[in-house]
Each structure stands twice: as structure tokens, then as C-alpha cells.
Design a protein around this ligand. Structure first.
Ligand code: SF4
Length: 456
């Protein structure tokens, strides 16, 4: 176990990474932020707020920027979303708040909500001011949270504001989960994720790193705490199920992203093939290109219409020069002298819709072809949370099943974030909302007056 007051001390910043992974959306300065804030119509029933899963009061925080009250603006954001800084950088705002902005109706550019949010949050961080919240009066209650990703962090912060002790346990040496280890650096730099968590930890959240939790450890935590939260995310990246998958030239999306963010990976070979067509596959492809690959190809068995990446991510990748090979399914890794030299694929064609409504795919007879590759990256989604089986929890579609208070099939054990996300897009902002709502539900449950057991 270890506890750290400053997480960023443990990170080495690599100039090469900083240079190659500059901000995708550069920050506003005050001269740019105020006019942009003044464009906002401060809509009464703002659709941008409705579209935000954490319901940040967008017109309110923007108005405070316009009036020069940056501390107040940051407080408005943090009150709804304690990870407002990372969400300002990593949220898919094109399909959330900015996508809902009324400016679209007038054929005008939507208000740049994310950049304004980042401006307010960066101003708070750079001012050196403390988090604008205090821990609540101590209740004597304590909760263990397994996994230190966004869901657990948000839950822990809300619990602390209500006087409940929060202990976070994580297998990694640093907190933040995918925010720290799994988001492309040009969207959310690792040090920014840690800076936000340092601020949040002012509430008195206690961290325990490099700690693995099994059934025996869970039982021990249940004994020591009033409740246990599982914010464990998803499992390993799915296997391709093809020959040659174990070779060193084949890696997976999570290792690639975590590798370069930690500085362990600073370059990739010339030809990289990424298998998959979600937002993580796009991240991997653009990262590989920034790490020096001359040719990066995304391989997907269906077409651009069926890919799960957001349209703006697809456009971004195309503009970056990433090649797409649709209707292609990997069938074998091609190897020479123990080195990966290519990916043999089968040409596919679309068929009738399957049970999910997506078109099925079937191989075109004789339609095999080779894509030259020195490295292959698997980015075909993560497996369902394996801890659910280990702990014998009830599941729904492979995800941990919970009731409306986030309680699992084990009383006193709750689950939040991606591990319960059986529908909709998993994201930081959804995880934050889960954590917040679960903390509110638990606080209400633990502090409810004890019933006398007598009827009315
Ligand atoms: Fe401002 Fe657009 Fe939100 Fe209206 S919808 S309050 S214009 S950001």
C-alpha cells in the first residue's frame, strides 16, 4: 500500500511526447474566452445542460466567465462534475452539449462549451486556489472503492462532501483509470489527469495503490467498511482469435496508449495496422502516426456506416492521413524470421441484419489479401468485467447487474461506471454521473432514520 500527496512527482515528462502530442483544441486565453462567452444566449431551459450527463449548468458557468468571475465559474462546473477539467478535454462534446447548442438552429457555430469549461478549470488550477468545497462533518461512516477511475473518484468526492470516509484501492501505481492511462495525450495529458485528482484529494480521499482485490480481499473490505463500491471498468481487450496473435509484433490498444503515455513507448515501426473501428481504434491509429509510423491502416469487417467511432473522430482520422480498409476481417498474422510482416485478411460482404439490427458479414470466396504490417494493434473492444465472475455477482449481458441505487446482488456491495454500462456509450462523463448518483443514494440509505418497525 502506498499513499501519495502529489501524484505528478512520480511522472517523467518526455519532451518528445509533449511536442508530438500537442493539444488537439488549444486553450482559450482571456481575450478569446470572453467574446466567445458573450456569444451565448443563456437559454432558459438550456439544451446543452440537458445533454450533459452530469447536467452542468452551462449558461451559468459561461455567464460567470463573461463577467470575469472565473472562480465562480469553476465552482459551478465542479458542483455538477468534480472531473470538470478532464471532461472539458476528453468529452465527445460534438454529440453532447455542443451538439445540442441552439446555435445549430440558426446555422451558426455552436458555442465552444468545452474550451470555455477548460478555460475556467485551468484558471482555477493555475491560480493555486484550493478546491472550493470542504469535507462534510464526519459521520463515522466509511466506504471502500475498488478501482480509482472516474466513477470511483466522483463517488469518493461526493461521499467526502457528506462526511463519509472514502478509501480507494487500485492495482496501478497512479490513480485515474482510463483518464490517466487510456486517453490519447493530445486530448487529455496524463499530468492534467493527475493534477485534477490532486485537487480532488484535498477532500481527504485516501488512496491505496498496487492493491489487487480478490474474493477474500473483498470480504475483508466488507467487514472493515459500511459499503464497498466496484468501479473496476472493463476487462482485457478481446482476442482476434487468429494464428500469430501471441507474437511480440501484435499488441493491444490499452498497452499501446498506456505505453506511450508513461514514456515506455516512444516509437513504433513503419507500418502499423489497427484492427477495430471504435473511438479507441482511432486513438491508436493517430497515436501510431505521431510515434513515427509512415503508414497506418485501420481494418474493419463492416463499412464506415457501421463503425462505432463518432463521425467527428472518423473525419479527424481521415484528415490525419489514416487509411481505412473496410469489409476486411483478419484471418492470420504473417511472420518472417519471427517478425510480423503483414496481416492476411478476408474480403467480406454485408448480409442480412443480425439480431442486433446490424448487417451480418460473410467472406467473399477467394477474396483473401495481405496488408503489409510491422505491428498489429488489437482495438476491438474490451471484455466484460471478469471480477463479476470471481465474486459470483449477478450480471446482465455480462455487465454487473445493479438496482436503481447501484446495489449489486450482494447487499452492501455497489457497482458504478463502465462495469455496469450495458447500454449507451461508456465515457468519463457517464462514469462521473454514476459515481455522483451512487454516492447520493448511499448517503440517503446510510443516514435514513431507523424505522421503529411499527405500523402507522
Ligand atoms: Fe449557450 Fe448554446 Fe447552451 Fe444556449 S444552448 S445556453 S446558446 S451554450
Amino acid at each position: 500500500m502506498s499513499e501519495r500527496s502529489s501524484f505528478r512527482e512520480h511522472v517523467t515528462t518526455h519532451p518528445e511526447v509533449v511536442e508530438r502530442f500537442g493539444d488537439l483544441h488549444p486553450p482559450f486565453d482571456r481575450q478569446a474566452a470572453v467574446p466567445e462567452a458573450n456569444r451565448c444566449l443563456y437559454c432558459f431551459d438550456a439544451p446543452c445542460t440537458t445533454a450533459c450527463p452530469t447536467h452542468i449548468d452551462v449558461p451559468r458557468f459561461i455567464k460567470k466567465i463573461a463577467s470575469g468571475n472565473l472562480a465562480g465559474s469553476a465552482r459551478t462546473i465542479l458542483d455538477a462534475n468534480i472531473l470538470g477539467a478532464s471532461c472539458a478535454r476528453a468529452c465527445p462534446v460534438e454529440v453532447l452539449c455542443e451538439g445540442a447548442c441552439v446555435m445549430h438552429r440558426y446555422n451558426k457555430q455552436p458555442i465552444q462549451i468545452a474550451r470555455l469549461q477548460r478555460f475556467a478549470m485551468d484558471s482555477l488550477h493555475e491560480s493555486g486556489a484550493p478546491l472550493p468545497f470542504e469535507p462534510g462533518a464526519e459521520t463515522g461512516l466509511s466506504v471502500a472503492l475498488i478501482g480509482a477511475g472516474p466513477a470511483s473518484l466522483a463517488c469518493a468526492a461526493e461521499l467526502r462532501r457528506r462526511g463519509i470516509r472514502a478509501h480507494l484501492y487500485d492495482a496501478h501505481p497512479l490513480p485515474g483509470g482510463l483518464n490517466t492511462y487510456g486517453v490519447a495525450e493530445y486530448k487529455l495529458p496524463l499530468v492534467e489527469s493527475l493534477r485534477e485528482i490532486e485537487m480532488l484529494s484535498q477532500l481527504g480521499v485516501e488512496f491505496h495503490f498496487e492493491t489487487m482485490i480478490d474474493a477474500a480481499a473483498l470480504a475483508e473490505l466488507e467487514r472493515k467498511h459500511d459499503a464497498v463500491f466496484l468501479g473496476i471498468g472493463l476487462g482485457a481487450i478481446h482476442r482476434l482469435g487468429i494464428a500469430g496473435e501471441e507474437l511480440s509484433g501484435v499488441t493491444n490498444a490499452l498497452d499501446l496508449i498506456a505505453g506511450y503515455k508513461s514514456g515506455a513507448l516512444t516509437k513504433v515501426p513503419e507500418r502499423v495496422v489497427v484492427v477495430g473501428a471504435g473511438n479507441t481504434a482511432i486513438d491508436c491509429a493517430t497515436i501510431a502516426q505521431r510515434l513515427g509510423a509512415e503508414r497506418v491502416t485501420i481494418v474493419y469487417r463492416r463499412t464506415s456506416h457501421e463503425m462505432t467511432a463518432y463521425p467527428h473522430e472518423y473525419e479527424f482520422a481521415k484528415n490525419e492521413g489514416i487509411e481505412f480498409r473496410f469489409l476486411a476481417r483478419p484471418i492470420e498474422t504473417v511472420v518472417k524470421d519471427s517478425q510480423v510482416t503483414g496481416l492476411l485478411c478476408s474480403q467480406m460482404k454485408l448480409g442480412a441484419p443480425d439480431a442486433s439490427g446490424r448487417p451480418s458479414v460473410e467472406p467473399v470466396p477467394g477474396g483473401e489479401f495481405l496488408i503489409p504490417a510491422d505491428q498489429i494493434v488489437k482495438a476491438i473492444g474490451q471484455q466484460k468485467p471478469s471480477l463479476a465472475r470471481t465474486l459470483n455477482l449477478e450480471t446482465s449481458g455480462g455487465y454487473i447487474a445493479v438496482d436503481e441505487t447501484f446495489q449489486t446482488s450482494i447487499p452492501g456491495v455497489f457497482a458504478i461506471g463502465d462495469c455496469i454500462r450495458s447500454r449507451g456509450e461508456a465515457s468519463t462523463v457517464m462514469a462521473v454521473q454514476d459515481g455522483k448518483m451512487a454516492a447520493h443514494a448511499l448517503h440517503a440509505r446510510l443516514t435514513a432514520p431507523v424505522s421503529s418497525g411499527k405500523g402507522a
